[in-house]
Design a protein around this ligand. Structure first.
Ligand code: NAD
Length: 332
């Protein structure tokens, strides 16, 4: 299989080359994102290997089909950036890595919760300046607090276990009860009750038309006063403009995000010498109680190796049998 790898970072290349030692794919690495402008890089490829911010809309998929591409191999779990209906219509298979390290994402989520609560970045900045004043650094005990998890799949259940270990009461909302969560003592409640009761609210459901702007002006108004909101799932689960209003009113007491609805124009690039053109994102940066990381929750050695191995396994299975190990189809 000839595979064009888009959005390649040095760590992707290293992990994919390690995993490819056990298979015989011809990997062509490009740092560019897949879009209409970069379609030509997929010339003569049997498959494209893409990540979260590559653009696989109907026009790009049509361009891939014209070039004879037969497989889109996602190096991630989410597939909201792929027009699955168009891929199906064009006979292009889509594969994903459904689970690589739920621990990586759940642990990063916990890092955001702890850092925000105990104001670690503010404290470190002060100490570096020789300022050992503690005023403004007060946190709260996690023990005994209520944490709400929306989406208790692979990542949500690991977070539930971690939060239980901290002595939190864990509430959850999902389309289905996860028996592992029930065994942990997690209580499933309607989303309105979850919002009203949670001191900490963490989002772990996929981005779908039904979950887009799940957190909006109305749902923020029904959150517990001063609650901490965490999103390591997909940016558009939160209406960012509404979250900014929630931060200004104090309804949201702290916001930790690893994903942002317009991240495609920002994340994964070094823009430190440029002016950030996104005023909404720039406003978020001004709040002392907001902590943002640039979609790095997955970024552990274990997760990168697991992603690379499963991606190569998807491609090899497709090459052998015409079907990847973990296909995604419209309506899935
Ligand atoms: P998963 O499929 O195992 O679990 C998702 C859960 O959400 C399922 O239990 C599902 O039933 C539930 N769900 C679906 N629609 C829902 C709704 N409307 N309301 C409540 N629950 C709903 O997925 P996962 O591996 O746990 O990943 C969760 C999300 O995390 C992914 O969709 C992806 O977007 C994101 N993610 C982010 C990173 C990162 O680096 N920041 C890495 C991996 C995954």
């Amino acid at each position: 299989m000839r595979v064009t790898v888009f959005s390649t970072k040095p760590y992707d290349k290293a992990a994919l080359n390690r995993a490819n030692a056990a298979s015989d794919c011809q990997l062509r690495f490009h740092s560019s994102r897949l879009s209409q402008d970069t379609l030509a890089l997929a010339d003569k490829a049997d498959a494209v290997c893409v990540f979260v911010n590559d653009q696989l809309d109907a026009k790009v998929i049509a361009g891939l089909a014209e070039r004879g591409v037969r497989l889109i191999a996602l190096r991630c779990a989410g597939f909201n950036n792929v027009d699955l209906v168009e891929a199906g219509r064009r006979g292009i298979a889509v594969a994903r890595v459904p689970a690589y390290s739920p621990h990586a994402v759940a642990e990063h989520t916990m890092a955001l919760i702890l850092a925000l609560n105990r104001k670690i970045t503010r404290a470190w900045n002060r100490v570096r300046e020789g300022n050992f004043e503690l005023d403004g650094l007060i946190g709260f005990d996690l023990h005994g607090k209520t944490a709400g998890i929306v989406g208790t799949g692979a990542i949500g259940v690991v977070l539930a276990r971690i939060l239980t270990g901290f002595g939190c009461r864990v509430l959850a909302h999902d389309l289905f009860d996860n028996p592992d969560c029930l065994e942990l003592g997690v209580t499933y409640v309607p989303v309105a009750e979850l919002l009203a009761q949670s001191h900490i609210l963490s989002l772990h459901c996929p981005l779908t038309p039904g979950t887009r702007h799940l957190i909006n002006a109305d749902t923020i108004a029904s959150m517990r006063q001063g609650a901490m909101l965490i999103n390591t799932s997909r940016g558009a689960l939160i209406d960012t403009a509404a979250a900014i209003e929630g931060l200004k009113s104090g309804r949201i007491g702290a916001l930790g995000i690893d994903v942002y609805e317009e991240e495609g124009d920002l994340f994964f690039e070094d823009l430190s010498s440029q002016i950030i053109p996104d005023d909404v994102f720039a406003r978020l940066l001004t709040f002392p109680n907001v902590l943002i990381t640039g979609h790095q929750a997955f970024l552990t050695t274990e997760a990168l190796d697991a992603i690379a191995q499963m991606t190569l396994a998807n491609i090899s299975a497709f090459s052998r049998s015409g079907a990847p190990l973990h296909p995604v189809t419209a309506g899935a």
